[in-house]
Design a protein around this ligand. Structure first.
Ligand code: DUT
Length: 454
């Protein structure tokens, strides 16, 4: 057997030394010094998740009857990649009809994300309004094929929908994407450590998200997934999606659907319920009942979870922030949201259109202040206010996952926000480039922070 020459061994040794001296520090530099953004939700998946979550918007009326064949639907209206409407079915109007009533001809060239394939009655009006693209979650459709079983009504609706689909100008499709690698794990970790959980864990160290997540997962799976593969394949075929009902597409589709439902359950579990809720900052217990009348706790939690979903589009490598603005109109009732309507929403990110790493990404631990992110990043509230689609005169509520900073307070006041729902993490802190000193003394705006009931 040929022995390696002495010189060859030295070369190998040098090679390994080079690896230690140059390569490993380089890898560490890339990972630690310039962390880059964590895994992000794709826009398509964010809109899909928001549509599923809108389907579960808390309702004043009795819960849906198990035998009712028309199922509730959530809907997200997107214009130029910005969310301009969040809707859900109410007692009288379906989500699609509500969007027509609220946006009318402004729906032209919008994209619609439905939590179920809409019924023919909604679809014909949506197509007529000139919508650009319609995407739906490929579970049981609005006119249920599962409840109680495929009846004449569901079959007729499926046929009419097919005809409308094939004759229409807008592209009607299923848009689902696999989650970015590592995102599920990232969502689990950040939900466990998010500001809402941390605030509560200070009072109650036994609090953990796992139990709540398991409960949500069970409920949401029952709601959004079709239990048996065979039934799901039948539904897809009835809806003209026979390609999806074949392998390997079918397994991929079910897997993507399951993953998204898991993300929704995890994010929702990051906002504690039961003994916790949003209470007025200055007079916590005194106004408890009044506050409940103003905004039911379930609705406040629902909106903050929308903001938490938006967080996962952040471009800040360290902290994601999401914000949603809703207003309370005069006319209650036609929509499943009562008299609430969306004003705008956003997350923290670098100026629209900028390239990755074009601007500094470091925090205030970086000594060179020029390399810090703060003068470049647009805050979640700033994006929500900039791209708001309505400018209401009435009660306007901001739901934001981080206490608004001093840079945002004058903007919030100037935009006429009347109520803020947030967490008190960082409140009162001054971190040189960003400070949170003005929120607690902000006057004439009702402030609610998450805390325990007592
Ligand atoms: O009202 C606010 C406040 C902050 N941000 C965003 C901007 C920025 O992207 C990030 C700053 O967060 P933080 O104050 O936590 O600073 P940090 O330096 O990232 O973290 P640390 O808490 O370690 O100082 O949060 C908002 O979107 N809205």
């Amino acid at each position: 057997q040929k022995q390696p020459k002495k010189g060859q061994n030295i070369t190998k040794l040098q090679h390994y030394r080079c690896l230690f001296i140059y390569l490993i520090p380089l890898i560490l530099f890339v990972c630690v010094v310039s962390p880059g953004p964590g895994p992000r939700l794709s826009k398509v998946n964010l809109f899909t998740l928001l549509s599923l979550w809108m389907e579960l918007f808390p309702q004043e009326e009795a819960e849906e009857d198990d035998n009712d064949q028309v199922r509730r639907v959530g809907l997200v209206v997107v214009q130029d990649t910005k969310v301009v409407g969040l809707h859900c079915s109410g007692a009288e109007l379906h989500a699609g009809q509500t969007a027509i009533i609220q946006h009318g001809a402004r729906l032209a060239d919008c994209q619609l994300f439905f939590s179920r394939r809409p019924c023919a009655t909604c679809l014909k009006m949506i197509i007529n309004a000139g919508v650009g693209r319609i995407s739906f979650w490929p579970g049981d459709p609005e006119i249920s094929m599962l409840k109680p079983s495929i009846t004449e009504e569901a079959a007729l609706d499926a046929m009419a929908t097919e005809k409308l689909k094939s004759n229409s100008r807008p592209h009607i499709c299923v848009l689902l994407q696999p989650l970015a690698p590592g995102l599920a794990q990232f969502v689990t970790e950040t939900s466990r450590d998010c500001d809402f959980m941390q605030t509560m864990a200070d009072d109650d160290p036994t609090l953990n998200t796992e139990e709540q997540r398991t409960r949500h997962l069970k409920d949401f799976s029952r709601h959004f997934l079709v239990g048996s593969s065979q039934q799901h394949q039948e539904i897809l075929t009835q809806m003209g999606l026979e390609n999806f009902s074949m392998e390997p597409y079918f397994s991929n589709l079910r897997n993507n659907m399951r993953e998204l439902v898991e993300v929704l359950a995890t994010v929702a579990a990051g906002v504690p319920r039961q003994h916790y809720g949003f209470y007025r900052l200055d007079t916590l217990a005194v106004n408890y009942l009044n506050d409940l009348k103003r905004m039911p706790q379930e609705v406040a939690c629902h909106c903050i979870i929308q903001a938490r979903l938006l967080e996962y589009r952040t471009e800040d490598p360290k902290v994601g922030v999401g914000a949603v603005i809703w207003a309370k109109g005069q006319l209650a009732g036609c929509d499943g949201t009562g008299c609430l309507y969306l004003v705008g929403c956003g997350y923290n990110a670098y100026p629209a259109g900028s390239q990755y790493a074009e601007y500094p990404q470091m925090d205030n631990k970086q000594e060179d202040r020029q390399r810090r992110k703060y003068r470049y990043i647009i805050h979640a509230e700033q994006n929500a206010l900039t791209f708001r689609s309505e400018h209401p005169e009435e009660s306007t509520m901001l739901f934001v996952t981080k206490c608004p900073c001093d840079e945002c307070i004058p903007l919030i006041r100037g935009a006429g926000i009347t109520h803020i729902y947030t967490s008190d993490q960082d409140m009162g802190k001054d971190k040189t480039d960003i400070s949170y000193l003005r929120f607690s003394s902000l006057k004439n705006i009702h402030k609610f922070i998450v805390s325990s009931e007592d």
